[in-house]
Design a binder for this molecule. Structure first.
Ligand code: G6P
Length: 369
């Protein structure tokens, strides 16, 4: 096992650190081949021309990738997108639309709920499907019309890390591809998206270098019994993913909220024992997030803020902690901001002595209902 771990203590840690490579390998599809429909299959140009909307079905971490993807599909390609938990979708009355592309996202390609949701969609009359998957020739790609494989490599840790960030790369690539076909992005925009994708691995590496600071925060988390994660806009799904990682491997109760929703309930939970992680990059919502952080501070909550070098947010108190990720990377910021929440959970789990790679009651691939 130590050979397989290549010097790391756990698969999860190794897989977190493999992300610059995994993301670069996956981005290569678009950087070398271009943002062209053929990356998704021979027939993809025809399919992409036929569709008027998208529905994404997934479970767990892959569902949070889907939620993130919705923002890009709607903002870059202007294509209406809904996202649904696979196990819910298959048990309700749905209104099928043959012009809607069904996308499934799955690391394993074998998650039963996702597979059954795809079959259900097909039985309702959905004709077009795309699988975003990490395992070649698994059930979901085999049963889908189109496929694009993430190139994360084998993921062993039960808590998904590099599969998630590579899924996001594919969703971004799909959004740009559809945007080009639908004429929603200019040549300048295309050039800047390409450049952002080229720089992504380097930005992830910069965040990985912050590991000692994040590990120091984790020591404090390890002593808590619950935590809140806040984000806004496209960083809200990253807050959800951060809370899920913490639950999965540390068994600390964690919840995520879009920061604007605080006042409608979760603010009642805030006191000096409640750590609150905030994903607060320098985007169009930063001023709103700052106001939300002020509401938390005023109630005695302890803030742990991930912001970037472009933001002017600084701590003015002992109960506000700030870690600065590299310069704001723009559209791909949710991918970069995933890394610190993964590291935070990993180090909190180490401090608590839980089984990081095989958390209790969970399985890597869930092939039962
Ligand atoms: C399990 C795993 C999660 C994963 C989910 C969906 O619950 O523990 O890490 O996100 O299944 O798996 P999939 O292979 O479909 O992405």
């Amino acid at each position: 096992a130590s050979l397989e771990l290549g010097g790391y203590n756990h698969f999860m840690q190794k897989e977190i650190h493999e992300q610059p490579r995994a993301v670069a390998d996956t981005a290569e599809v678009f950087l070398d081949g271009g943002f062209i429909p053929e990356n998704f299959g021979k027939n993809a140009a025809q399919v992409f021309q036929d569709i008027d909307s998208i529905k994404i079905l997934a479970c767990g971490t892959s569902y949070y990738a889907a939620l993130t993807g919705k923002y890009w599909l709607e903002s870059i390609a202007k294509i209406p997108t809904d996202v649904e938990i696979a196990s819910e979708y298959r048990y309700r009355d749905v209104i099928a639309n043959p012009k809607q592309l069904i996308i499934t996202i799955s690391q394993s390609g074998e998650t039963l709920d996702t597979m059954e949701a795809l079959k259900f969609a097909q039985a309702q009359g959905h004709q077009h499907s795309l699988s975003i998957c990490n395992v070649m020739e698994s059930a979901l790609p085999r049963n889908s019309e189109l496929v694009l494989y993430t190139r994360a490599g084998a993921e062993i840790g039960v808590a998904s890390t590099k599969a998630f960030t590579t899924q996001l790369v594919v969703l971004f690539g799909l959004s740009v591809t559809l945007g080009r076909m639908r004429g929603t992005i200019s040549d300048e925009k295309l050039a800047s998206y390409t450049q952002e994708l080229r720089e992504l691995s380097g930005s992830i590496q910069h965040v990985l270098n912050l590991e000692p600071q994040i590990a120091a925060w984790a020591q404090k988390f390890a002593k808590k019994s619950s935590a809140l994660f806040l984000g806004r806009g496209i960083h809200y799904p990253i807050a959800l993913e951060g809370a899920l990682k913490l639950k999965e491997i540390t068994y600390i109760h964690a919840e995520a909220y879009p920061a604007g929703e605080l006042k409608h309930g979760p603010l009642a939970l805030v006191d000096e024992n409640m750590p609150i992680v905030v994903i607060a990059p320098h985007d169009g919502l930063l001023d709103k997030v700052k106001a939300n952080m002020q509401e938390v501070s005023a109630r005695g909550g302890e803030l742990f803020v991930f912001t970037d070098l472009d933001s002017d947010y600084t701590s003015n108190s002992d109960t506000i902690h700030v870690i600065r990720t590299p310069r704001h990377v723009g559209t791909l910021s949710p991918i970069v901001h995933t890394i610190p929440v993964q590291l935070l959970s990993y180090h909190a789990a180490l401090a608590r002595g839980t089984d990081v790679d095989k958390p209790r009651n969970l399985a890597k691939s869930v092939t039962v209902e």
